[in-house]
Ligand binder design. Structure first.
Ligand code: PLP
Length: 454
């Protein structure tokens, strides 16, 4: 069959409150044209993020009831640990309340002034946790990624030549080498198994631990199976095992590829480092067999991990984004290609050339999508990255709107509705106006700033 259906039935539903364009115009004005300030119940299709917003399965809800809330040595922890080790064969699995807590612990141990931590691209919380220790976060993304309209298969690869040069020149300052799979900040593009192995080999040649930020490991493994030579006949679990077998540790947000609403972990092979991490964990998160989570959360993650590697799920997951992107490309809408694992990116800079970067074309487009169809996306451009620490403003590298797909939440007709909304806005793009900022905080302004149309 050519039609790829949602590989699940729905047994529990949440109603969507339908709103009209005039109603949404008022909501938007009251929210200072900032979609982070809009209430979720005023949104029709919410594509703000894919983090922590997955629909849990019946088995996950059942697992919540099995949760063992013992302070130490709970059965939930044993199930969680076994589920992680089945996929990622690390010696020490340390639960945390979410991904950034794992990062904070890791970089408190490995970071520090004068250090450099290379990655393909650090996610923003990773970068912030690296920089908070005084270290520098270095993004060494491959050159394929520079061209937004090429369909190169592995735009999340690390530039291994630049990594090698960094290790030769400044190796003494590098405490570990990192890679983010898929590359969230770079559009959800995957890294190839060959590239991951070369990065690991260079790290080990220079005696550095290789740490994977594995938030979207299953989506990345699916792309490897689909696109990498010699991988199509292998199971997702085999590919996942191979990815992590060459690493010395990982950080994880279970709010992504574990179908959980909260949770994360830090995994390590080194006994001494793990000992130090657990000591910090007790200080900031909790005892090492619950780490900031309830026992029931650990069980939901354990069950989610067995479901996320299902090939029917992954085929459908990636296909939704490809489908939306194909329809937009057909109609000439500027987008980032190819489709990422968890999101579709609209190129607002190319779509709205009459709006200057510092009049925030991404914000204007995101607001227009909300007004037109109640679709909530997220500006990734000069609003998010333009404000410098000294208070000056500088245009970002690109002006994008990210439409992130929650896992198992929306159906095909929601995808069609999103496409229709985008095309309706595209049609009247010449009439869209830029924005000015009326009020903003000193940092992380995209969450709270207020805007007005020009
Ligand atoms: C979400 C995310 C994180 C941080 O995880 P939280 O659970 O949100 O703290 C780190 N890295 C990547 C790639 C992510 O997508």
């Amino acid at each position: 069959m050519r039609t790829i259906i949602e590989p699940f039935r729905i047994k529990s539903v949440e109603p969507i409150r339908m709103t009209s364009p005039p109603e949404r115009r008022k909501i938007l004005a009251d929210a200072g044209c900032n979609l982070f300030r809009v209430r979720a119940e005023d949104v029709i299709v919410d594509l703000l993020t894919d983090s922590g917003v997955a629909a849990m399965s019946a088995e996950q809800w059942a697992a919540l009831m099995r949760g063992d809330e013992s302070y130490a040595g709970s059965a939930s922890f044993s199930r969680f640990e076994a589920a992680v080790k089945r996929l990622m064969p690390f010696k020490h699995i340390i639960p945390t309340h979410q991904g950034r807590a794992a990062e904070a612990i890791l970089f408190a141990l490995l970071g520090g002034a004068g250090k450099i931590i290379p990655s393909n691209t650090h996610f923003d919380t990773t970068r912030a946790n690296v920089e908070a220790t005084g270290a520098r976060a270095a993004d060494l993304l491959c050159q394929d990624a520079d061209n937004m309209s090429s369909d190169a298969p592995f735009k999340g690869d690390m530039d291994v030549e630049r990594l090698h040069a960094l290790l030769v020149q400044d190796g003494a300052k590098v405490p570990c080498v990192m890679m983010t799979i898929t590359n969230n900040a770079g559009g959800g593009q995957p890294a190839s198994l060959a590239n991951i192995r070369r990065v690991a080999a260079f790290a080990h040649e220079f005696d550095k631990p290789f740490i994977i930020d594995g938030c979207r490991f299953a989506e990345n493994a699916w792309f490897i199976k689909e696109r990498e030579h010699g991988q199509s006949g292998r199971t997702i679990v085999e590919i996942v095992n191979d990815i992590f077998a060459c690493a010395d540790g990982m950080t994880m947000s279970a709010k992504k590829d574990a179908f959980a609403n909260i949770g994360g972990w830090l995994a390590l092979n080194d006994d001494e480092l793990a000992q130090k991490a657990r000591t910090r964990l007790i200080l900031t998160e909790g005892f090492p067999t619950y780490g900031g989570l309830a026992g029931r959360d650990l069980d939901a993650i354990a069950q989610g991990l067995s479901e996320i590697v299902d090939e029917d799920y992954l085929r459908y997951r990636v296909r939704v984004n490809e489908y939306v992107l194909e329809r937009l490309i057909e109609e000439g809408v500027p987008v980032v290609r190819p489709a990422g694992g968890h999101a579709v990116f609209l190129d607002a800079g190319a779509m709205l050339p009459h709006i200057l970067p510092l009049q925030y074309p991404g914000q204007a487009l995101a607001a227009a999508l909300y007004e037109e169809g109640g679709v909530r996306g997220c500006e990734i451009g000069s609003v998010m990255f333009g404000l410098q620490p000294d208070g000056a403003e500088k245009p970002a590298r690109s002006e994008l709107v990210r439409l992130a797909m929650p896992r198992r939440v929306y159906t095909q007709s929601h995808a069609d509705y999103v496409v229709e909304t985008i095309l309706a806005v595209f049609e009247k793009r010449a009439a869209l106006r830029g924005m000015r900022i009326v009020r903003q905080p000193q940092m992380l302004r995209h969450f709270t700033a207020e805007f007005a149309p020009l």
